[in-house]
Design a binder for this molecule. Structure first.
Ligand code: NAD
Length: 477
């Protein structure tokens, strides 16, 4: 069973600790056991972080930054290893894992800019002989709860910015993909950070709830499904904590009749089926405007049918397995439900379910409407719904009906349509002729509506604001 990291000690779970299996989703084999930590282990991790805080928060900024640069170098040295860990227990292709690791390290790059990011402001002579200065301070022990689908990138959205700002941290990796966080924490110690700055406690809901209630935790960063995001937001706030809680998604791709199909068809496949659809920025509903549907469907069907499904570490594979057999069955259940509710099955990936491992091939449903279950619920698998709209106005209306508002993207050659879409669509991450509108580390990851609870988003300057508190000093001599 994998251990927790308490201070500088890798602590084996106590006898009798319950655990969950960690799988290789490409084979269905169990490769590890993850402990289900309880209040006791969470308290030990938080106490270690709290004990480290006074000294770490007073460590000179340039020393914290020097360690962050060293961490960046260590992560680069272990880049391929981290990517293969992701593929091994998440299932995505190695190419996708490399993309994830790169995007994660970019947050470390951003954190290395702390001398600029942590600056305050001054204004002299605000009134006669009075100056005002704004300083930023760390807030204390922060905790992070990532989801299963980016086991390296999403933890890296959290603790590098928190610790470079002088906070200490407790990470609770996903119980389904805990090995990315495990290796990241080992490399963090290898980079030379002092004990207790980053602690790791494995577990599931019980461990998260213990963090949400713990009086010494000042802030919670959460990424996961919409109902759990809401629970985390409400519980953390009720316990007086700062919270940023990123939830689920139901993203729309709008295709205008003037879209360049050579660009659009591969982009839709990437958006819907990349990461096997287990991505909060995946396009779930392709809304074809006017005659776009006639032009789109045949090339989409042909290209999707040719996609190579298989283990993510095999060359040429484009779609890896889903995370668990139960999740795959749930996704397949959505396909059944879509057909039962009147959608037309254009490509059926369910034949891939007979392989060992948790596979489902790319699947396309046509004539989906927002009222159908597949038209408004998050599926989180390789299922693309095609919907029809008479006009751009109608397409934007369909996207805006969703309770979630993470991403939306449009394909068009018209600046006017693109601008109209940008202005009116209710999605915090909006794309124009791109499959996945992912903000880089220096912008906030900015979901709207039910896709986000809180006000300061992860990374970018929002991340710095989230992990610091401001003090204004008014001076007269
Ligand atoms: P999840 O909500 O099941 O789990 C997320 C984390 O919460 C895990 O660490 C898990 O151990 C913990 N958890 C699970 N149930 C809990 C409970 N009842 N109480 C407290 N903690 C609990 O999400 P998941 O299945 O791991 O991840 C997929 C979801 O995450 C999708 O909905 C996806 O859209 C979303 N997601 C969102 C973003 C974003 O940026 N908005 C990014 C990635 C994933």
């Amino acid at each position: 069973m994998i251990p927790n990291l308490i201070g500088s000690e890798w602590r084996a779970p106590a006898d009798g600790t319950r655990s969950l299996p960690v799988f290789n989703p490409a084979t269905g084999e169990v490769i590890e056991q993850v402990p289900l930590s309880t209040d006791r282990e969470v308290d030990a991790a938080v106490s270690a972080a709290a004990a480290a805080f006074p000294s770490w928060s007073r460590t000179a900024l340039m020393e914290r930054v020097r360690l962050m640069f060293r961490y960046k170098a260590v992560l680069e040295e272990h880049f391929e290893e981290l990517a293969s860990i992701v593929t091994r227990h998440h299932g995505k292709t190695l190419e996708e894992s490399r993309g994830e690791v790169r995007r994660g390290i970019e947050v470390v790059d951003f954190a290395c800019g702390a001398p600029t990011l942590l600056q305050g402001r001054t204004l002299r002579d605000v009134s006669g002989g009075v100056d005002q200065d704004l300083y930023r301070y760390p807030i204390g022990v922060c905790a992070g709860v990532p989801p299963f689908n980016f086991p390296v990138m999403i933890p890296l959205w959290m603790y590098p910015l928190a610790v470079v700002a002088g906070n200490t941290f407790v990470l609770k990796p996903s119980d389904r993909t805990p090995l990315g966080g495990q290796r990241l924490a080992e490399l963090f110690l290898q980079a030379g950070f002092p004990e207790g700055v980053l602690n790791l406690v494995h577990g599931a809901g019980e461990a998260v709830d213990a963090l949400l209630r713990h009086p010494k935790v000042a802030a919670i960063s959460f990424v996961g499904s919409a109902p759990v995001a809401r629970h985390v937001y409400e519980t953390a706030a009720a316990n007086g904590k700062r919270v940023q809680a990123l939830g689920g998604a139901k993203n729309h791709i709008v295709i205008m009749p003037d879209a360049d199909l050579e660009l659009t068809v591969p982009a839709i496949l990437n958006s819907a089926f990349g990461n096997a659809g287990e991505r909060c920025l995946s396009g779930s509903v392709a809304v074809a405007v006017g005659r776009a549907a006639d032009a789109l469907l045949d090339p989409l069907r042909d290209a999707a049918s040719r996609m190579v499904v298989g283990p993510g570490d095999q060359p040429g594979v484009q779609i890896g397995p889903l995370i668990r057999a139960e999740h795959r069955d749930k996704v397949a259940g959505y396909v059944d439900k879509g057909v039962a509710e009147g959608a037309q099955l254009v490509v059926d990936g369910r034949h891939e379910m007979s392989r060992p491992g948790f596979f489902l091939g790319p699947t396309i449903l046509d004539r989906v409407t927002a009222g159908m279950t597949v038209g408004h619920e998050e599926i989180f698998g390789p299922v693309l719904s095609v919907a029809r709209a008479a006009t751009l106005d109608d397409a934007i209306g369909q996207a805006n009906q969703m309770a979630l508002g993470n991403m939306a993207t449009i394909f068009t050659q018209s600046g006017r349509s693109a601008r109209e879409f940008r202005e009116r669509v209710e999605a915090g991450m909006t794309g124009i002729n791109v499959p996945i509108a992912q903000p880089f580390a220096f912008f906030p990851f900015s979901g709207w509506k039910g896709s986000f609870y809180g006000d300061l988003h992860v990374h970018g300057t929002d991340g710095i604001d989230f992990y610091t508190r401001k003090k204004v000093v008014v001076t007269r001599w």
